[in-house]
Design a protein around this ligand. Structure first.
Ligand code: HEM
Length: 417
């Protein structure tokens, strides 16, 4: 295979860096990704627009499903420890919000094993019961609500409640924790921090969640209960345990990773069912038999996490391109999930796909979404309640935020009879 003669040679006149590009609709953006998939599956682009000084020169865009799996799994070549965000976010700020997401082996494996050990079979069953009863309550409140914002009244409620239940967050702290979670991912309420100082606001929100997690862990050591937090403080792998500070960092990561992802999948799926009533009928014909593969299609079609990045740890090659050590490499899951060489009619919302090797939870390997099981349970419970108990919901036009990371539905007007 002929490699590009110099690093960064393979540029192409397709803009995927500007805010103007990320302000387009998902389908319009995919026209650009489709061209990259056809003509330049691995290509070099200038940095995204970022309002603070930085020294980054650009990034490699990886847009094919196969190549995304390669980057994600080959951790000797592509590492997470130098950062995983496409925007040139200052290293210390990114690190504070990312805990083991921004680590490589062996450190990553050690923390991941400790957290995994806390999810015992008993705990998973308990969390599942909490999710199902919370989903019922959320839909109880929604039925007959009239004209409301679906995001506020439904989609946003279950993810934060699940995390708060697992981490034993007291009722009195839940609203502040949810606001802090929003602020970390850059969507802050004016009541939380100074809108003129986004970095200060994000830092304050991270500190808030970190302290909350560490304080709760400290309390749990003395007052054990039957929750995930108790398991986290007691988890032991190869003689190592999590400290209160580790659990503070975990609280930040879980709030950031587990909140917006599921919330937006719920909103995007609600829109998809409204626009595809045949798929709604198909699922309801055999809900129990069809819901789990259907959830995979919710995640593929919605692609709520649009990308994560790695850094090349060595001089290497991908898709015929020479990639230099230190280069940023972005895996565009939103494009891998529309890859026509893997999915037939990739734009269709089709719950009956015989195979669905999507990359919505990541491209496999050690960082594959640790919350995938939780997300699947939440989507199954909430969408199930919604489809069966609110069959006549009228769904308006979603209002999207502009951004390149999470596909955020800010508002979704609905009428609930
Ligand atoms: C539909 C919902 C979700 C989607 C689409 C999603 C997507 C992802 C993706 C793409 C990654 C891979 C990151 C990488 O490779 O660098 C990831 C990792 C992660 N996710 Fe999720 N996620 C979802 C729900 C959740 C939930 C509910 C939680 C927890 C409450 C969670 C916690 C995490 C954590 C902690 C990681 C880091 C894993 C590691 O570095 O080992 N996610 N997620």
């Amino acid at each position: 295979m002929k490699l590009a003669a110099t690093p960064h040679e393979r540029t192409i006149d397709v803009d995927i860096s500007s805010d103007a590009f990320w302000a387009k609709s998902f389908d319009e953006r995919d026209e650009s990704f489709a061209r990259l998939r056809r003509e330049a599956p691995v290509s070099w682009h200038p940095p995204t627009e970022f309002p603070f000084p930085h020294e980054e020169t650009g990034f490699w865009a990886v847009v094919k499903n196969d190549d995304i799996n390669t980057v994600s799994r080959q951790t000797q070549r592509f590492g997470s420890r130098f950062g995983v965000s496409l925007d040139p976010v200052p290293f210390d700020l990114a690190k504070a919000a990312s805990f083991f997401l921004m680590m490589d082996a062996p450190e990553h494996a050690r923390y991941r094993a400790l957290v995994t050990a806390a999810f015992t079979r008993h705990q998973v069953r308990l969390i599942d019961e909490q999710i199902r009863s919370a989903a019922r309550e959320i839909i109880d409140d929604l039925v007959g609500a009239g004209d409301v914002d679906f995001v506020e009244h439904c989609a946003s409620r279950l993810p934060m409640r699940t995390i708060a239940d697992m981490m034993g967050v007291p009722e009195s702290e839940r609203v502040a924790a949810a606001l802090a979670g929003d602020a970390v991912i850059g969507r802050s309420d004016p009541s939380f921090g100074d809108p003129a100082d986004p970095i200060g606001t994000i830092t304050a929100a991270i500190d808030h969640l970190y302290k909350l997690g560490a304080d709760l862990a400290h309390h749990r050591r003395a007052h054990p209960s039957d929750d995930l937090l108790t398991n986290l403080v007691n988890a032991e792998v190869d003689g190592q345990r999590l400290t209160d500070d580790d659990i503070g960092a975990f609280m930040v990561l879980f709030t950031v990773a587990g909140n917006d992802t599921t919330r937006n999948t719920t909103s995007l799926t609600t829109v998809a069912f409204d626009r595809n009533p045949d798929q709604r009928a198909y699922l309801l014909e055999d809900f129990d038999g069809r819901i789990m593969p259907a959830v995979e299609e919710f995640v593929r079609h919605g692609s709520p996490v649009m990308q994560f990045t790695r850094t090349a740890l060595v001089d290497t090659e991908l898709g015929g391109q020479r990639i230099a050590e230190g280069d940023k490499v972005c895996m565009f899951y939103c494009s891998g999930n529309r890859d026509e060489s893997v999915f037939e009619r990739p734009h269709d919302f089709d719950l009956s796909r015989p195979k669905n090797p999507h990359v919505g939870f990541g491209g496999g390997g050690p960082h594959f979404c640790i919350g995938a099981g939780l997300a699947r349970s939440q989507l199954r419970a909430l969408i199930g309640e919604l489809l069966t108990r609110v069959p006549k919901i009228e769904v308006g036009e979603p209002e999207f935020a502009v951004g390149n990371f999470i596909r955020v539905v800010n508002h979704l007007p609905v009428h609930v009879p």
